[in-house]
Design a protein around this ligand. Structure first.
Ligand SMILES: C[S@@+](CC[C@H](N)C(=O)[O-])C[C@H]1O[C@@H](n2cnc3c(N)ncnc32)[C@H](O)[C@@H]1O
Length: 330
């Protein structure tokens, strides 16, 4: 695969997530935009910025961080130039309901890597990254961020840490996806059962179904797979992916189908959704930094001569959510 194809391939699960209209990557745990410790960290970064400042959020997703900056810029009547860059094919204004937010004044750059930013040397007053820098090739991203902030700009990163709640939940979710996709038979068993059910479109056909040994054996196999799924949900209550799958399969068994093909397509779509979840979770687990990896990143930024400050981002005072790293003069 060429480098560009490679990038596109890794970005595809992200593109599909952002196009579903979730605002940010912690949407299953935080309603609305990032709040509490996240919002406080970002407001502190925006505080010193002057009229007309240029802020670039890398790995922006659906632009949660530019939206936080936009609200400050509007409240203080400062005309900041806000940019969101992502390697995925993002389209926040087309993906998020315009009644919940407007992206006025924010320019988005889809299909753009933070390792090749479309900005000149020293063009940014602040580069932001929330759970994004660590997903990119780090050496290239560091060189590029340093080029674009120059000697006067700053960068602020929130990065996944090994001790974070997000890491714990993501690992459990990844293991659940692995079980669902690589060990359980529930998707295939559901497809086989729906194939019979979708053909029985009237009452006599449904009666015949209960006498059809092939349909009965499909039902028994599905019930066994579904029982295993329910047991697994009890074992991993924080693996939301299992509950979502069980609910979706339950609805599929209740709803009328036009044809067996329609039913098969619906199960395939559910399986593809779980595969995307597993792909993104796998990228997250690879991106997470332990203390030594953080120090490595800090040293590489610090080699530029700019000051670097690290910290921990806490949510609701008790939950560690990630590392923070601030680069540049305060
Ligand atoms: C966990 S999401 C975070 C999105 C957003 N910052 C948020 O907090 O909601 C990581 C994002 O980084 C993007 N990403 C990964 N590698 C990238 C790269 N090399 N350049 C730009 N974006 C990248 C992904 O496409 C994805 O949208």
């Amino acid at each position: 695969m060429s480098n560009a194809t490679d990038h596109h391939h890794a970005a595809a699960p992200w593109t599909r997530l952002w196009r579903t209209g979730v605002l940010h990557s912690c949407a299953s745990g935080i309603d609305g935009n990032y709040d509490d410790g996240f919002a406080r960290f970002w407001l502190r970064q925006f505080e010193p910025l002057h009229e007309g400042a240029r802020i670039i959020d890398v790995g922006t997703g659906n632009g949660a961080i530019p939206l936080l900056a936009q609200s400050i810029s509007q409240a203080r009547n400062l005309h900041w130039q806000l940019h969101g860059v992502d390697i995925a094919d993002i389209d926040p204004p087309g993906s998020i309901d315009a009644r919940s937010c407007t992206y006025q004044g924010i320019a988005f750059h889809p299909n753009t890597s933070m390792t090749e930013l479309p900005f000149g040397d020293g063009a940014a007053d602040l580069i932001c990254s929330q759970f994004a820098f660590e997903y990119a090739p780090r050496d290239l991203a560091i060189t590029e961020i340093l080029r674009v902030i120059g000697t006067h700009g700053r960068a602020a990163l929130v990065m996944h840490s090994e001790d974070s709640l997000i890491h714990t939940i993501s690992r459990s979710q990844w293991e659940a996806c692995h079980w669902l996709l690589q060990e359980s038979d529930v998707f295939d068993a559901c497809t086989r059962l729906l194939w019979h059910i979708a053909q029985a479109t009237d009452a006599p056909a449904r009666r015949r179904l209960s006498l059809d040994p092939a349909a009965e054996s499909a039902r028994t196999a599905f019930n066994a797979a579904a029982t295993q799924l329910m047991e697994r949900i009890e074992l991993s209550p924080d693996a939301q992916v299992l509950q979502t799958t069980a609910q979706a399969l339950g609805r599929m068994l209740q709803q009328p189908w036009q044809s067996p093909d329609d039913a098969t397509t619906a199960v395939q779509a559910l399986r593809a959704w779980a595969q995307d979840e597993q792909a993104r979770l796998g990228l997250m687990l690879e991106a997470v930094l332990d203390g030594a990896a953080l120090q490595d990143v800090v040293q590489r930024f610090a080699a530029s001569g700019l000051p670097c400050r690290t910290g921990k981002l806490m949510y609701r005072d008790t939950m560690p959510m990630g590392w923070t790293l601030e680069i540049g003069h305060e």
